[in-house]
Write a protein that binds this ligand. Sequence first.
Ligand code: NAD
Ligand code: UGA
Length: 458
Amino acid sequence: MNFKKNILCIGAGYVGGPTMAMIAHKCPQYKVTVVDINPVRIAEWNSDHLPIFEPGLDEIVKNIRGRNLFFSTEIEKGIQEANIIFVSVNTPTKTFGAGNGMAADLQYWEKTARQILKSAKSSKIIIEKSTLPVKTAQAMERILTHNHQKIHFDVLSNPEFLAEGTAIRDLENPDRVLIGSHQTPDGIKARDELVEIYANWIPPKNIITSDIWSSELSKLVSNAFLAQRISSINTISALCEKTDANVTDVARAVGMDHRIGNRFLNASVGFGGSCFKKDILNLVYLCRNYGLHEVADYWQGVVNINEYQKERFVLNMLAAMFNTLAGKRICLFGFAFKADTGDTRESPAFFIANRLIEEKVELVITDPKALKNAKNDLDEFKEEVSFVEDPYKAASGCHAIAILTEWVLYQNLDFEKIYRSMLKPAFIFDGRNIIDHQKVFEIGFNVYPVGKPSLTHF
Ligand code: NAD
Ligand code: UGA
């Protein structure tokens, strides 16, 4: 079949895979190829067991794979054939040298730029899909324009706003698609080519444009604002626990003001995920670089409160369970950083598991989708941790349950049955406020929600 255009995506991860699946699904006239340096990941994308769990993703991929969606390790060939290249490689926080623990590690990004330069034989549009500090597109442009073959590259910024667990819904019906370009005739022409792709399913009013730096900055700021809301409500949860107020009632009252809005106000054990912390730290680093220390301190506070909230959760457990956890058996309900994903990157559960192991707890971990990743994450603690798929079996014989992921599954469990199988007094620490606290209290549990009075039988 003759395709109108060849689209390539470099990086077959949580963003590259679903994003390209959606473009291929909505645009049968384009051939979409996703490449990666990791052959195992590509083999999984080509198998019946996709490398990531995302509701609705399997159906789309299985429908169009081999028709206009392809997964491959042939990066050079992919670059040569493509008119448009999305770059969606990982951009973790640097763990060495200048900016250690704060700045973005751009080595994967720069390697990709050099690979494009080495392999390309014709002009192309390069689209920055990864989340990067402002002015990264400029750096890529400098690498790409440094060629002797008179090949022209237009670099655009097109940050991705999908959230894991709802990626397909977010991609199908995004609040906005943002495209940053140079305001030159070439930049605008490239931008319009990308607009043409999205216009296949997204209304024109939802496709917005800006200069490249503003686009890059908008992505960091969006994540910072979202995380800030969670940290804000989590600070209030601490105050509620001290004063016997109910954080859910407070969030409801505050969120009904339309100027504030009711989303992202769920107090929790803390936010996780591969991006919030990394992107805020990037913003902090950027501000420090420009000497804006007060601004940097303000955003650093959002991360600090998140660390405080996770630690506070562990200390609450310790205090409730008579100031000693050593030798006790505790079951973690959920290890994924949020519901509907198997992703455990920066999961609060990882932090809490480590802290409980320090307290000499015998841990049992259950999760419907994240046990494989949890096993990898806790590989060094084979003696201290066991992994059990069935939540009833996992909780059996335990002193306490800590609910760490907001899986709907945990709301519908038979807690009478669970209570009967546990050691007494039995405790539940609900780090997500998802179960009926009064009901489980009446069953016999001592219940510790986040930001609400505890319900105890002592
Ligand atoms: P990921 O780690 O799941 O995937 C990145 C992939 O890139 C990996 O499979 C890796 O092997 C591959 N890769 C690295 N270097 C490569 C190279 N030189 N050539 C080919 N492949 C290479 O990461 P992700 O979660 O998909 O995130 C990618 C980017 O998107 C990050 O910048 C992230 O901040 C941003 N983002 C992520 C999300 C999310 O929900 N995960 C949402 C919005 C934006
Ligand atoms: C987040 C953003 O929502 C996306 O827009 C963005 O594209 C993405 O980061 C990214 O850049 O990677 P994601 O991390 O996948 O998406 O998931 P969220 O739904 O934002 O949840 C993040 C964390 O906050 C989870 O641990 C979640 O449980 C927690 N959370 C969320 C709360 O504790 N309370 C809330 O009210 C909402």
